[in-house]
Design a protein around this ligand. Structure first.
Ligand code: 5AD
Ligand code: SF4
Length: 481
């Protein structure tokens, strides 16, 4: 794709004034992260281990936690045995993820017998659930510290209190507070970085716990986001992934009319080479966002557009706010305007009351959209959400069978779509040697395809043209040109 001529004629609201705001101004309006002297040496000669579950928002929170820990002098370890502090950054979106965390904490209990000073922390979305806190209080005495998603920045203070008093501490804010800026970050990758653009979600889909665990939508200031993207770029970043539960709603809480489009353009104008965003909502897509994707070649032609179901009746009961027809219309329009675009999605099977015929409509939609890949889930009732109390909960065997059938369709299209890439050239951001085979590089193409390829030394961090020589269901193989 080439940059179209009208790209530079778009007039952006002036965010420069915000970028130039003094720390005092930001402090007054938002909050700023700061460590006191005692906290800075807390981690001397000590190690921490962090395990993050769930979505990219959590991964990004994990990077902030690691950043705070390192600022306190701790060093990271992958070995639970040698860790002085173990942090479980949890996900609450499905019950299976929660059970897994409790299983893990149970299994690691023995560490405390060997080294009684070991500190166990639980944070992330599970920490925002009352029922989880009660379970921890009753059954998991090994957990020393619980903090929530709204008070992540309190970790240094809370951890120092626990280390000093050796008393268990639980601090979870039920209400989200201000957006905190200047949090440290330990990025897990050098060339690609996540940048939060907003927190929380106002959509209240009836199955979803996120609006309860992450609170209502709060956008960061455009100037602060742009500054973070520039920093990422200065430190060698070539790709940014803008994160929010529902990025199209960016800026609405700040009174911006078309904030997400403005932000995309401001991000493109930083000169970073690749921009992705995750996740978007089919119901708030503005025509100007589509235009920006056409106008700026750095906005990658790969879209994660969660649909959840192919049945109007199920979508209505999920409170998704769009119909199958509306989804298809948006899908067709994007495909027509950006021919190289690829689509991924999220799907849920076995939502309460879902009939076999309604499930078949989901299969029909999958066959219509031919998604490149998808996250497919069995509906998992989450306490406190409306769907958990709906009648006609679907038996697990039925969910299993539906998921299997859905995955067969998804795998078929993943493979079919990849066939089109054989002998084609794709542009790949080389992330380094592949995890499975160090003689092979791996990275993602503009369309977000995982590509494993051979090539000369020194390609890590480069954007490389790769000719595809073999296609698989979930990756492409090739050689650098
Ligand atoms: N059960 C199953 N899947 C869920 N998701 C969210 N809540 C649930 C639930 N209760 C899925 C949705 C969402 C993705 C992040 O997780 O598909 O898009
Ligand atoms: Fe959950 Fe719906 Fe918000 Fe996504 S848009 S986080 S599914 S409530």
């Amino acid at each position: 794709m080439s940059t179209k001529k009208n790209a530079d004629t778009y007039i952006l609201p002036d965010h420069k004034a915000e970028a130039a705001r003094s720390k005092e101004q930001i402090e007054a309006e938002y909050g700023l992260f700061q460590l006191n002297n005692a906290m800075e040496t807390l981690g001397k000669d000590r190690k921490f281990y962090i395990r993050t579950y769930g979505c990219q928002a959590n991964v990004r929170d994990g990077e902030t936690i690691a950043g705070m820990m390192e600022q306190m002098g701790f060093t990271e370890t992958q070995d639970t045995e040698e860790a002085d502090v173990l942090i479980f950054n949890t996900c609450a979106v499905r019950k299976a993820a929660e059970d897994h965390v409790f299983g893990e904490i149970g299994m690691l209990k023995g560490l405390k017998d060997k080294k009684p000073d070991t500190i166990f922390c639980i944070c992330g979305c599970m920490a925002q659930e009352e029922s989880v806190i009660n379970t921890i209080l009753k059954k998991y005495p090994q957990v020393d510290l619980v903090f929530g998603t709204h008070n992540l920045y309190r970790l240094p203070d809370l951890l120092s209190q626990v280390m000093k008093t050796r008393k268990r501490k639980i601090e979870v804010f039920s209400e989200q507070g201000r957006v905190i800026e200047d949090l440290p970050v330990k990025r897990s990758q050098k060339f690609k970085g996540f940048v939060d653009i907003m927190y929380g979600c106002n959509k209240f889909c009836t199955y979803c716990i996120v609006p309860y665990t992450r609170g209502k939508e709060r956008s960061r200031r455009m100037g602060d986001i742009v500054r973070e993207i520039k920093q990422l770029k200065e430190n060698g970043g070539r790709e940014v992934v803008l994160l929010g539960q529902n990025v199209n709603a960016y800026g609405k809480d700040l009174g911006m009319e078309d904030g997400f489009t403005d932000l995309l353009i401001a991000a493109a104008r930083t000169g970073i080479e690749r921009i992705r965003f995750y996740s978007s909502s089919p119901r708030d897509y503005s025509e100007t966002t589509i235009q920006a994707m056409i106008d700026y070649s750095s906005i990658m032609p790969a879209l994660h557009l969660p649909v959840q179901s192919g049945s109007d009746e199920v979508l209505r009961r999920m409170a998704r706010g769009y119909t199958v027809e509306e989804y298809k219309k948006l899908f067709d329009r994007l495909k027509q305007m950006i021919p190289s675009i690829t689509f991924t999605t999220d799907l849920i099977v076995g939502f309460p009351g879902e009939t076999d015929a309604q499930f078949r409509e989901t299969l029909d939609l999958v066959d219509y959209c031919k998604f490149d890949s998808a996250f497919s889930f069995k509906y998992s009732p989450r306490e406190g959400t409306p769907a958990a109390a709906m009648p006609d909960q679907i038996p697990d065997e039925v969910k299993d069978a539906r998921l299997q059938e859905l995955n067969d369709h998804l795998n078929h299209w993943a493979k079919e779509n990849n066939k089109a890439y054989l002998h084609k050239i794709v542009r790949v951001l080389c992330e380094g040697p592949s995890r499975k085979n160090a003689a092979v590089y791996s990275g993602y193409s503009e369309e977000n395809k995982l590509v494993n390829f051979t090539g000369p030394e020194g390609l890590t961090g480069q954007i490389v043209d790769v000719e595809i020589t073999e296609v698989r269901s979930f990756s492409l193989n090739g050689r650098a040109l």
